[in-house]
Design a protein around this ligand. Structure first.
Ligand SMILES: [Zn+2]
Ligand SMILES: [Zn+2]
Length: 344
């Protein structure tokens, strides 16, 4: 089979590697049929994040199950499934407490397609190994297209979790989304409106993304306006890895407000703690444990409450090396199923 290999900054190639076979009773081997870029992948392929090179890339996909071990019961050969970005066993204490990214059976931030800890292959490849199939995989509901659900593995569910953290404390609130990343901010707009936000304001320097945010239903701006936006939002979603933008986003919180940031910071980053102290605000950051939330996001897709089709673009997987280097928001790379029906 072929794996999509990130060789060095600006260079992706298809590499011929060994076919995968099921090697444990708990395992599945799957074929990604709709794979997409996490916003982090943009930083990886352009050398903007300290994660190195020379590994198979990709950690968001819907896949077809090719084979399962004898102890796998929740999915079967031929099923279409969401593969989460992280590896987790499902039975250790953190997994049972809905924190599978802290799984102690595979310690360290273990996931597909990046070199943070361990090597589990990449989800743009033609095959992938799922070591704990029953714990990790969720079947795609009937009526949900694989391409529409490709980002459920990570970014679309990240946005769901960030929005839920804020709006569960402040139901129906006016929400601010501050974005400098390709897709997370747009998914947050969509999730916030689906979750009943009274109004969603969206700030981004990208005119193209502001256009999509407007279509999704947000009021848009280029920069935060301190005069009208500081101290104005009970719920702020950060989709940024820019310390200055994160600081501005924090200052937009009302007293008691909550900011959830989905972007990654690889170094110690200053925060306006005195301003935060005076307002008694909270912020949350962190790699999202997506697996427990995948069914809820799939149900929103099944009910057509989300519109990922406004954010994604669909391409033939064959063109992945070129497509991933182009600066598109959320390219989804598709290939035919082997067992199930070919897409129309
Ligand atoms: Zn990711
Ligand atoms: Zn575990």
């Amino acid at each position: 089979m072929r794996a999509l290999w990130f060789e060095e900054v600006g260079k992706l190639v298809w590499r011929e590697v060994e076919d995968l076979v099921v090697s444990s009773p708990l395992e599945a081997v799957v074929r990604p049929v709709a794979s997409t870029t996490c916003d982090l992948d943009r930083g990886i392929v352009h050398g903007l994040v300290p994660l190195g090179a020379d590994f198979p890339i990709g950690h968001e996909c819907v896949a077809e199950v090719l084979d399962v071990g004898a102890a796998v019961h929740r999915v079967a050969v031929g099923d279409l499934v969401v593969v989460p970005w992280h590896i987790s066993c499902g039975v250790c204490p953190p997994c049972r407490n809905a924190l599978p990214t802290a799984c102690t059976t595979v310690p360290g931030l273990q996931g597909y397609g990046a070199s943070i800890a361990g090597s589990w292959g990449g989800l743009f490849s033609e095959q992938a190994r799922v070591p704990y199939a029953d714990a990790m995989l969720t079947r795609l509901p009937t009526g949900v297209e694989p391409a529409a659900a490709a980002a459920v593995s990570d970014n679309l569910t990240d946005a769901y979790v960030c929005v839920t953290r804020g709006l569960s404390r402040h139901p129906g609130a006016r929400v601010l989304v501050v974005s400098s990343l390709p897709s997370l901010g747009l998914f947050a707009v969509d999730q916030a409106l689906a979750a009943g936000a009274r109004q969603v304001d969206y700030v981004d320097r990208s005119g193209r993304r502001r256009g999509v945010a407007t279509t999704l239903g947000a009021d848009v701006g280029v920069d935060i306006d301190p005069g009208t936006q500081h101290l104005s939002y009970p719920v702020v979603i950060g989709a940024t890895s820019d310390p200055a933008l994160l600081r501005e986003a924090v200052l937009c919180l009302t007293p008691g407000g909550h900011l959830s940031n989905a972007g990654m910071f690889f170094a110690d980053t200053p925060l306006p703690l005195w301003e935060m102290y005076q307002r008694d605000v909270t912020i949350s950051v962190g790699a999202v444990s997506v697996t427990p939330h995948v069914p809820a996001v799939l149900e929103l897709l099944r009910q057509r409450r989300l519109r990922p089709e406004l954010v994604i673009s669909v391409h033939d997987a064959e063109h992945a090396p070129e497509v991933l280097l182009a600066r598109d928001m959320k390219p989804v790379l598709v290939r035919p199923q082997l067992i199930g029906p070919a897409p129309a």
